[in-house]
Write a protein that binds this ligand. Structure first.
Ligand SMILES: NC(=O)c1ccc[n+]([C@@H]2O[C@H](COP(=O)([O-])OP(=O)(O)OC[C@H]3O[C@@H](n4cnc5c(N)ncnc54)[C@H](OP(=O)(O)O)[C@@H]3O)[C@@H](O)[C@H]2O)c1
Length: 246
């Protein structure tokens, strides 16, 4: 796919991978729109990169999602790329967490329902424009889940499955469907304590963009590629190894 002269919506573009992606795509001559919950983070991103267009939106909330899509359709009808990047993770012991079900609902709404909703709301706008694409961000953990993230793994696995069927559904249409599986990446996601195997955010985004340029529908970045192969050859071993990561 071409990575210049697009109008791109990146959810969760105010931090980590989304923010790095925003900066690189602006440098390549794209119009980049980002959204996030925290106005402080959005303002900080805009200060660092004044060309960014920012919208505050809690994607876990249906009405706010609908409002965001409406504003995008009105103000940026030329939108041709949607990158569903925003996500959260709750690290919990399922049976020792009193609020487990509230956390589960919020996590599934943010990581799974919101991307599907945005695709549903914005597809007609995307397909009306040239070089349209939907890019969903998932993780190597779709191949081997970690016990400490009971909702995260499953929300991303479900998004992976949805993305596969979306690609088949749209195979005769102009809109391309991509999925990017990241390994551990050193971003604010890890709250200052990234796993030892985490890679830098610049490297992660560069690999993602190389994959998109080569038009790969599924882009497994770094360790996600290794985990994919191990999980195919020895699924039990992959599961064990992933749950030993420090
Ligand atoms: N970092 C890793 O190790 C890693 C590994 C594999 C996959 N990934 C995937 O990569 C993507 C980006 O992760 P990251 O590391 O860049 O995380 P991050 O630094 O924590 O950024 C997450 C972004 O999502 C936004 N967000 C979260 N909940 C939201 C909501 N309800 N509504 C709107 N925006 C929301 C955040 O904004 P607010 O804080 O303002 O809500 C923030 O901009 C995620 O899909 C993640 O699953 C990351």
């Amino acid at each position: 796919m071409k990575l210049e002269n697009n109008t791109v919506l990146i959810t969760g573009g105010s931090s980590g991978i989304g923010l790095e992606l925003s900066k690189v795509l602006i440098r390549k001559g794209n119009k980049v729109i980002i959204c996030g919950k925290s106005i402080e983070k959005l303002n900080a991103a805009k200060n660092a990169e004044p060309k960014l267009i920012t919208y505050q939106c809690d994607l876990s909330d249906r009405l706010q999602c609908e409002d965001l899509a409406e504003r995008i359709k009105q103000k940026h009808p030329e939108l041709n790329i949607l990158i569903n990047n925003a996500a959260i993770v709750n690290k919990i012991d399922f049976f020792n967490e009193e609020t487990a079900m509230e956390l589960a609902e919020n996590e599934y709404h943010t990581n799974l329902i919101a991307p599907i909703r945005l695709i549903n709301l914005l597809y007609k706008t995307l397909r009306a424009n040239d070089s349209s694409a939907i890019i969903n961000i998932t993780t190597g953990l779709i191949y081997a889940p970690r016990v400490i993230y009971p909702f995260y793994n499953s929300s991303k696995s479900a998004l992976h499955s949805f993305t596969q069927t979306l690609r088949i559904r749209l195979k005769d249409e102009k809109t391309k469907v991509y999925e990017v599986m990241f390994p551990a990446v050193d971003t604010p996601w890890h709250q200052g304590n990234p796993p030892k195997i985490a890679i830098g955010v610049e490297k992660a985004v560069a690999e993602m963009l190389t994959g998109l340029e080569k038009d790969k529908p599924e882009i497994r970045v770094g360790g996600a590629k290794i985990l994919y192969f191990i999980s195919r050859l020895a699924p039990g071993f992959a599961l064990k190894k992933v749950n030993q990561i420090q």
